[in-house]
Ligand binder design. Structure first.
Ligand code: ATP
Ligand code: MG
Length: 641
């Protein structure tokens, strides 16, 4: 392939990127403007024009999948042999190679999770740590290590930035120290240590530095807005005193701050590298003008300091749809129907994605798609019934079901079992910990629903096994279910952004203005994944009778023109209406209320009836469901209390 062929199909600014074959180069641009395409073509152009050798290029991407795609696209452009890896994969490769040669012996084993070690150390470190969620402690250690904050500096560092540790800072220091001591003693590497040790090997051993720098001479980093201090350290170490580095990113897509990532490296690049070529891209090649308009509005409302408004290039498409559903099952069923309708109109299932904030939200969609016979795949996370915490829970529940009496009360029994493996009353702070909790919470809510229909523990376990078996059906191609974090950099013809409620997006534990803005950036990432069809939806309760939810605050100002708000069609299940009469236990009067969640308070007396009422409502619902003899969805209207 001739260099000129590589430039065909690029716009003038993208060409500028491709032709700037030597760094430092910085591309700061919004979603869908062709950053990833521009760096791919830049590498191909540089190789074809003879400016660099393919084997001297190290391209760093954020996910293994993105690295694979980059290699594939380079092969298609006639450039095999470029190393495209994640930071971890690139570092681990170097560490594994140099360790026996420099340190001697085998390199330590890599651990995927810090939890087993933390469970061991927490018991001996202090009272608060023993009671804390090991997953919160793991997330805190990850944050500290990614920020190169060592145990001795930890207390001062969190005080300085006003960060609240999961346990008092002094105790957190002891946990951190004990964790590191045990990890070393057992000769283990966690993800952060892989990066840290690789950087140290290069810095401290001249012969390692010489070899690494001789091999890699040209560096390219995609998604640079989400680089954390440890990754930056490694990158600086690879570079040494050279600056043949090209970075691309979008500060409005920083979504990994909770791991210590910061967009300052991207926005500060021209200052750190004086004389750098800085190129901005503004044409959006991915999405229709309607989707682009919505993405621009998300940024306007956010008052983002980075004015990277997008200019749409594609022809008109449909307006984004905004839909409100009664509950999560209705939302999932509605999305499944819409996916089917789009497929009938020619949108392939592999070009359709359902995106949500936490992985546990996938369960309702896995269920709805299984019921509708729509194949799907879950990206970036195990499918619900394959997640370690769910598998563990099912094993425990199965064991309990064998010894259960069907008189055992299902919901409390399930709560008791799940509380033994991490279902705390309040969710943990974030990251994987939060996702595991959400999975367990989803199981508990399913148990509550089935209990209301009169099921016992064996019935519940049978239902879980039925669902698990259905969802294990092999699929070759299907709708993508992914968290917003896992959707980064990707695109589909049709995108369904689901569960857009307060508590989910923004997630309940996002409290500070910075955390809320990061949640808003997740919405921006979600919106900008759609090429043509975009549907945003939310449900007013998770399951019937559950706690009410409000649509996300981020939708304010977005759902007006040109977007449309419409009520959802009723769920395709049997609906029954149950009326009952209750009188106030204090004054004896009968009172009326329209919806279950509004019940609970006598208008005349200062008495809260929440719990008692909900118990009675659950009993009525169970009775009504039993009588209906089909899975039913019971609506209480005109209930009198
Ligand atoms: P993100 O910020 O989401 O990672 P990005 O800036 O990396 O987005 P790309 O994924 O490179 O954007 O490009 C978005 C889409 O636009 C891709 O389908 C790409 O092939 C297409 N595209 C990019 N540039 C052009 C162009 N000049 N002509 C036609 N299509 C283009
Ligand atoms: Mg990209």
């Amino acid at each position: 392939m001739e260099p000129a062929d590589v430039l065909a199909g690029l716009d003038p600014e993208q060409r500028e990127v491709a032709q700037a074959v030597r760094g430092p180069v910085c591309v700061l641009a919004g979603a869908g403007t062709g950053k990833t395409r521009a760096i791919t073509h830049r590498i191909a152009y540089a190789v074809h024009s003879g400016a660099v050798e393919a084997t001297g290029v190290l391209a760093v991407t954020f996910t293994t999948r993105a690295a694979g795609e980059l290699r594939q696209r380079l092969r298609a452009l006639g450039v095999p042999g470029v190393q495209a890896r994640t930071f971890h994969a690139a570092a681990l490769r170097q560490l594994t190679y140099f360790w026996p040669r420099v340190i001697g012996g085998d390199p330590p084993a890599v651990i995927e999770s810090k939890l087993p070690l933390l469970r061991t150390v927490c018991r001996s470190v202090g009272r608060e740590a023993a009671q804390a969620e090991p997953r919160d402690l793991a997330a805190e250690i990850e944050w500290a290590k990614a920020g190169q904050i060592y145990p001795e500096d930890y207390a001062e560092a969190v005080k300085k930035i006003g960060r609240t540790p999961p346990v008092p800072a002094e105790e957190m220091v002891r946990v951190y120290e004990a964790y590191e001591a045990l990890r070393r003693e057992r000769h283990l590497l966690d993800f952060e240590t892989i990066l840290e040790l690789t950087a140290a090997l290069i810095t401290e051993h001249g012969e390692v530095a010489a070899q690494v720098r001789q091999q890699y001479r040209h560096f390219v980093v995609d998604e640079y807005q989400d680089v954390n201090p440890l990754q930056k350290l490694l990158l600086d170490t690879w570079l040494g005193d050279r600056d043949d580095l090209c970075v691309v990113g979008d500060p409005n897509q920083t979504i990994y701050s909770f791991t210590g990532a910061t967009s300052h490296y991207l926005t500060g690049f021209p200052v750190e590298h004086p004389g750098a070529t800085v190129i901005k891209l503004v044409r959006d090649y991915r999405s229709t003008p309607q989707v682009v308009a919505l993405a621009n509005r998300v940024l306007e409302v956010a008052r983002s300091p980075h004015r990277l408004s997008l200019v749409a290039q594609r022809p008109d498409g449909p307006e984004p749809a905004f839909t409100e559903y009664a509950d999560e099952a209705a939302e999932a069923a509605g999305v499944a129907r819409a996916v089917r309708a789009l497929a009938d109109r020619g949108v392939p299932l592999r070009e359709t994605a359902v995106l949500f904030r936490v992985n546990a939200q996938s369960q309702a969609y896995e269920q709805a798609f299984a019921e509708a016979g729509i194949p799907y795949l879950v990206r970036g996370a195990d499918r619900f019934f394959e997640r370690p915490e769910v598998r563990k829970a099912v094993v425990l529940l199965r064991g309990a079901a064998r010894s259960a009496g069907a008189g055992d009360d299902l919901a409390p029994a399930v709560h008791h079992i799940l509380s033994g493996i991490g279902l705390t009353p309040e969710p943990p702070a974030g990251g994987r910990a939060r996702e595991e909790w959400e999975s367990l919470r989803a199981l508990a809510e399913l148990a509550e629903d089935l209990a209301a229909r009169g099921a016992g523990l064996p019935g519940f376990v049978a239902e879980l096994e039925r669902r698990a078996a259905e969802q294990h059906a092999p699929e070759v191609e299907g709708v993508t279910l992914a968290s917003l974090h896992a959707a980064k950099g990707l695109e589909w013809d049709a995108v369904f952004l689901v569960g857009v409620t307060e508590g989910m997006l923004p997630i309940v534990h996002a409290k500070t203005p910075e955390q809320i803005e990061e949640e808003r950036r997740l919405l921006y990432v979600g919106v900008t994944r759609a090429r043509v069809h975009l549907a945003v939806s939310w449900a007013l309760v998770r399951s019937p009778g559950g706690r009410p939810r409000r649509p996300s605050r981020f939708l304010d100002g977005l759902t007006g023109r040109p977007a449309r708000v419409r009520a959802s069609a009723p769920a395709p299940r049997e609906r029954r209406t149950v009326a009952a009469t209750v009188s106030c236990r204090v004054c004896g009067k009968t009172l009326a209320a329209a919806a279950e969640q509004k019940l609970g308070r006598c208008a005349a007396c200062p008495v809260d009836y929440d719990e008692a009422l909900l118990e009675r409502l659950k009993a009525w619902r169970a009775a009504a469901a039993k009588e209906a003899k089909v899975p039913s969805y019971v609506v209480f209207t005109d209930v009198t209390l």
